[in-house]
Design a protein around this ligand. Structure first.
Ligand code: ZN
Length: 63
């Protein structure tokens, strides 16, 4: 099955929650996305567990 998943992340600066689309992939993915509300760069780490469930963590650059 080839699905595009979505997951919610929360901005570590202003607390806004937004949804990001995930292409199907395996393992771990890191990227930086600017918050649509406060325009600050959020480091997002996506991991996929053995069951194919995606987990997203958002970190501020100054953490
Ligand atoms: Zn923000």
């Amino acid at each position: 099955m080839n699905v595009t998943d979505e997951t919610d992340v929360q901005c570590p600066y202003c607390g806004s929650v937004f949804t990001i689309a995930l292409e199907s992939f395996e393992g771990r993915q890191e990227f930086v996305e600017d918050c649509a509300v406060c325009c600050r760069p959020i480091s997002i780490v996506i991991t996929v567990d053995e069951d194919g469930i995606s987990h997203a963590e958002a970190h501020g650059e100054d953490e």
